[in-house]
Design a protein around this ligand. Structure first.
Ligand code: 6GU
Length: 224
C-alpha cells in the first residue's frame, strides 16, 4: 500500500512512523508513506497557505490552490482509492473503517489546520472525511497518524502470530479479556487459576466470558 499525507507540519509524523510496527511495515515493504508539505505547493511570494475567511470571523482557512496543486500532481501519477480529509466533523473512525481501508492500494490523507480547508476542496476532491473522536485537536496530523497506524497493522504480513490483529479488541465487537504473565503471585495478587490450568477449553471459555463481561460494563453500545 502507498499512503500520501498532505500536511503543513510533516515533522509531526517523524515519531509515530519511525518505531515499532509502523517502522517494520515500511522496512518490509508492506507500506510506503510519503509526506507532502503543502507549503511547497504555494506559488505566491510569501508561500502563504492560509487566508482570512469570506464573510468575516476569527480563524484562518487553508487556501484551495496549494492543496489542489498537490492533489492534482499526485492524481496524475496514480489512481487513488480514497482521498481522505481528517476533520472533527467527519465520520467517527471505527475498526470497520480501518479494515476496509487496509485493502486499498493508494490512499491520500489531507490534514486540516486552522479553521479547516476551503470547502471547495472537500466538494471536489475528498471521498471520505474522518474524525477520531468527539474532541478538538490542533490539527489533523495526530489524527492522521492514528488512522495510518490502525490501517497499516491490518495489512496482511505486517503482524505476526504474536501480534495478531484477530484477537484485538473491537475486531469482533468485543473488548479483549484481561491478560497476565509471570509471576503467578505478586504481593499476594494471584493470576486466575484457570489460566494456569493448562486446559485450553476452559481457558477459551473463561476468556469469552470475561470479554463479554468487560464489554457489558465498559462498552454496552458495542453489544447493541
Ligand atoms: Cl481528524 N482533526 C482535528 N483537528 N480534531 C479532531 C479530529 C481530527 N478528530 C477528532 N478531533
Amino acid at each position: 500500500m502507498r499512503i500520501d499525507i498532505l500536511t503543513l507540519l510533516p515533522k509531526l509524523f517523524d515519531g509515530p512512523f519511525s518505531d515499532s510496527i509502523l517502522k517494520r511495515a515500511q522496512e518490509k515493504g508492506h507500506v510506503t508513506i510519503h509526506l507532502h508539505n503543502l507549503r511547497d505547493y504555494s506559488t505566491d511570494k510569501h508561500k502563504n497557505v492560509d487566508d482570512y475567511q469570506y464573510g468575516g470571523g476569527a480563524g484562518m482557512v487553508m487556501r484551495v490552490e496549494p492543496i489542489a496543486a498537490c492533489i492534482e500532481k499526485l492524481k496524475a501519477e496514480r489512481e487513488y482509492d480514497e482521498i481522505i480529509y481528517m476533520t472533527p466533523d467527519g465520520e467517527l473512525l471505527e475498526q470497520g473503517i480501518s479494515n476496509q481501508l487496509s485493502i486499498n492500494t493508494n490512499i491520500m490523507v489531507l490534514c486540516g489546520h486552522y479553521k479547516g480547508v476551503d470547502e471547495r476542496i472537500r466538494e471536489h476532491y475528498i471521498s471520505k472525511e474522518i474524525s477520531i473522536g468527539s474532541y478538538v485537536l490542533s490539527g489533523g496530523e495526530l489524527a492522521a497518524a492514528v488512522l495510518v497506524d490502525s490501517i497499516v497493522r491490518l495489512i496482511p504480513g505486517v503482524l505476526n502470530d504474536e501480534t495478531s490483529a484477530l484477537t484485538d479488541s473491537f475486531q469482533d465487537n468485543l473488548l479483549s479479556p484481561p491478560v497476565y504473565t509471570r509471576p503467578p503471585s505478586f504481593n499476594g495478587w494471584e493470576v486466575p487459576e484457570v489460566l494456569l490450568s493448562g486446559n485450553p477449553k476452559e481457558i477459551e471459555l473463561w476468556r469469552e466470558r470475561e470479554a463479554l463481561r468487560r464489554t457489558k460494563i465498559r462498552r454496552p453500545d458495542l453489544l447493541d
